[in-house]
Design a binder for this molecule. Sequence first.
Ligand code: ADP
Ligand code: ADP
Length: 226
Amino acid sequence: MIRFDNVDKVYGSGHHALKNVSFHLKKGEMAFLTGHSGAGKSTLLKLIALLERPTNGNVFINGHSLNTVTRRHIPYVRRDIGIIFQDHRLLTDRPVFDNVALPMVIEGYSHQEIRRRVAAALDKVGLLDKARLLPSMLSGGEQQRVGIARAVVNKPPIILADEPTGNLDPALSMEILRLFEEFNRVDVAVLIATHDLGLIARMRYRTLTLREGQMFNDGLAAEPSL
Ligand code: ADP
Ligand code: ADP
């Protein structure tokens, strides 16, 4: 589903953010991506979402090299990827329903299909009864779940999350992780960037550990010293 082949990313500033990174995340696989702040986690996610391009090497999504994707075709690739941000980036002046509907509105789905899918996504995250509220009326955990509903409303085969539990307490963080597990169970590939080692230890999933831009470890447990 997601494959990195000897990927380097050097920013314009000359900073070498990723060094010779290779890994393969299969269809329906769920993994954590961890490492210190500045290790390259966000850069790696940005390369998958085509928000940045590799300096060397190749990223494949569904067997297709992203190196050959032209600017015009970026939206087609992004359609397969649901992204969840730590700060959830919701539109504060729009109700929950509109926030979740946004990706489908952009895609030009019918009103009927949008209503159906948004209701299904909100139901999935347990917020069907809050569809008419503004995000500011919700708790932090609920706002994060709105962000998740928005990311999955198009049923993408890939979900990327960048510090999705960063602002949440351990109990709420587990709730969010359980949601990812449910998507994962229906064969969605899930990659979760986090430095919450407590969460990683409790979940026992494959963990990709970056250290100064290099893939330092790819296995079950992260180094306790990290
Ligand atoms: P993480 O998500 O693990 O904290 P990042 O991928 O955000 O790491 O950053 C990796 C390194 O690349 C950091 O040293 C950061 O300062 C640098 N970096 C990130 N984005 C840019 C950019 N747009 N231009 C220059 N340097 C960047
Ligand atoms: P259908 O179009 O098959 O009727 P629905 O939109 O009613 O599907 O959703 C059916 C269930 O499948 C929902 O609970 C939905 O969250 C789940 N589902 C399947 N694939 C995904 C995906 N990629 N992301 C999120 N949920 C998914």
